[in-house]
Design a protein around this ligand. Structure first.
Ligand SMILES: Cc1cc2nc3c(=O)[nH]c(=O)nc-3n(C[C@H](O)[C@H](O)[C@H](O)COP(=O)(O)O)c2cc1C
Length: 205
């Protein structure tokens, strides 16, 4: 079969999204490879097309791709709270870019549950699009709102709701089948990051 036709069929089948979802593991250690502003712009272009409750579209995006601002954002975020002894990321392994998803308070004074759904949809779209470009990512909610706003000189009108770290992965990850009593994630003696997921038969009710 014509490889392009095969690719199109696979896309219709959802295979591409399944593969990207599997590949798109949270990454807490990045290689020094820079991420260009243009790449962040393209990822944001995917996010702006996402569904939005009532099509209110109250989200705005602040981009960071320079080492100076990246370092400032990193200081305002907390990575891997379930592994406090690891102090992730290791020195020099912070993200090479960030996209901060913000609420435009001129469009909505408070973030409603629907808006938090918008945030999740936009964030996962950015992360899957990044995975398609060979970039790893990490969604971060454990951050200082003030710290991130100051780091990127974000106008007070825009309230940071979620930070997405981006870059080329310098980590090894392993997907596991989740069993009762397992921790949310763990590292083995070779620093491989293990992520357990419930099997399909458990999650379909
Ligand atoms: C809404 C949300 C907020 C998160 N916040 C953080 C965070 O603040 N710091 C962090 O290290 N990881 C954070 N994560 C990453 C989760 O820990 C990660 O998704 C989980 O361990 C499963 O790993 P996986 O993404 O590879 O499937 C967040 C993930 C989501 C979806």
């Amino acid at each position: 079969m014509d490889p392009r036709k095969k690719e199109r069929m696979e896309r219709m089948d959802g295979t591409v999204i399944r593969e990207l979802a599997e590949k798109s593991r949270s990454c807490r250690g990045y290689a020094p490879t820079e991420v260009k502003k243009e790449t962040l712009t393209k990822l944001t272009d995917c996010a702006r097309l996402c569904p939005s409750g009532g099509n209110l579209q109250a989200l705005r995006y602040k981009l960071s791709w320079e080492s100076e601002t990246n370092d400032r954002v990193l200081k305002a975020t907390r990575w891997g709270a379930a592994l406090p002894e690891r102090h992730l990321p290791d020195p020099g392994k912070g993200a090479r870019a960030y996209i901060v998803i913000c609420l435009d308070t001129a469009a909505a004074a408070e973030a409603t549950p629907a808006m938090y759904c918008d945030v999740g949809i936009a964030a996962q779209t950015i992360c899957l699009a990044a995975a398609e470009k060979g970039l790893a990512s990490l969604m971060i909610m454990n951050f200082s709102r003030e710290g991130v706003a100051n780091a990127l000189s974000i106008d007070g009108r825009f309230r940071p709701l979620l930070v997405i770290a981006l870059g080329v992965s310098a980590e090894k990850t392993a997907l596991e089948e989740r069993k009762e009593g397992m921790p949310p994630y763990w590292r083995d003696e070779n620093d491989v990051h293990h992520v357990p997921k419930w099997p399909l038969e458990k999650v379909i009710i």
